[in-house]
Design a binder for this molecule. Structure first.
Ligand SMILES: NC(=O)C1=CN([C@@H]2O[C@H](COP(=O)(O)OP(=O)(O)OC[C@H]3O[C@@H](n4cnc5c(N)ncnc54)[C@H](O)[C@@H]3O)[C@@H](O)[C@H]2O)C=CC1
Ligand SMILES: O=C(O)[C@@H]1CCC=N1
Length: 275
């Protein structure tokens, strides 16, 4: 049974951390590895058994291929001139490149290209990712629906109406796992600083974040209320929350963090359109 009824060949151009996580989930949920070709000069072995690995683009591409761009935005100027002459109607380009707009991709790959821009995150490997999806009116609507079905096993897929929000959404969901990982690390580090064994602190911090996230997902109440429910009147939690909340500094810090990430996306966008 093909993945989500989709029987197209899949070509992944660049298959590192992020595209590799997507491919792992697709293979786990039924994609036949024989239909997948990875083009990646940086790999010495295919990412999974049965997947073909090429170090450069082949002379021709299958007419109905799903072509995922999994390279860094900075590699697009190297890849686009080689890829563009191989493209034909009926193929779907799915780009995961941060800070490269659909217009920027069309300028590099050809005006008639059907392009779906997505922003995944690494938890897609577990089917618990977030995948923002944007396509403009020039991309065939049927192909966009097909791409959305293909992405469904990755987790929450959300269509974005305004591409202008893509960098902000990237800061939240694409970068978000790194921010959460840093938070887990900081929790453990704080406990270690105050005297707990480092391994024990890491283990307990991880389990606490896992349990709290799972509870938050199914609680039916906003996280702010859940936090208040943990904080007994006159108890310990409130003292800790008060440190985070003083003068709104925790929210301010995270806003600054997200602004910096978003602004880098806008910078990448400017660099891509200049070059
Ligand atoms: N890492 C993450 O959590 C996320 C990354 N992204 C996006 O995913 C893209 C890739 O990022 P990562 O996977 O983190 O980087 P990565 O460095 O792990 O993967 C990039 C891959 O592209 C390959 N590559 C380099 N030049 C190439 C060429 N000329 N042709 C074919 N392949 C080539 C490299 O060998 C490498 O395997 C970026 O555009 C990034 O914005 C998006 C969301 C999350
Ligand atoms: O750091 C980056 O630029 C990419 C985009 C989102 C996550 N990683």
């Amino acid at each position: 049974m093909p993945l989500n009824g989709l029987d197209r060949p899949v070509l992944m151009i660049g298959c590192g951390t992020m595209a590799g996580a997507i491919l792992a989930r697709w293979l786990e949920t039924g994609l036949d590895p024989a239909r997948v070709t990875v083009v990646d000069p940086g790999r010495s072995a295919p990412p999974a058994q049965g997947v073909s690995l090429l170090s450069a683009l082949p002379a021709a591409l299958p007419p109905r291929a799903v072509i995922m761009l999994g390279i860094k935005p900075q590699s697009l100027p190297d890849v686009a001139p080689l890829l563009s002459p191989l493209l034909a109607n009926g193929q779907i380009i799915i780009s995961i490149l941060a800070g490269v707009t659909v217009a920027g991709l069309r300028a590099a790959l050809g005006e008639k290209t059907d392009i779906v821009r997505i922003m995944p995150n690494t938890p897609v490997a577990l089917g618990k990712g977030v995948c923002a999806l944007y396509a403009d009116a020039h991309t065939d609507a049927g192909l966009v629906d097909e791409a959305q079905r293909l992405l469904a096993p990755l987790g929450l897929v959300e269509r974005i109406g305004a591409e202008a929000q893509f960098n902000l959404i990237t800061a939240l969901t694409g970068c978000g796992p790194a921010f959460v990982f840093r938070f887990i690390d900081a929790l453990a580090h704080a406990a270690t600083t105050l005297g707990l064994d480092a391994d024990q602190a890491a283990r307990l911090a991880m389990a606490t974040v896992e349990g709290a996230s799972a509870l938050a997902v199914q609680a039916g109440e906003p996280p702010a209320i859940l936090a208040d429910k943990v904080a007994s009147k006159g108890g310990m939690t409130r003292e800790g929350l008060d440190v985070l909340d003083e003068g709104g500094r925790f929210f301010a810090l995270l806003t600054e963090m997200m602004r910096a990430a978003r602004d880098r996306g806008e910078e990448l966008e400017r660099l891509a359109s200049a070059g």
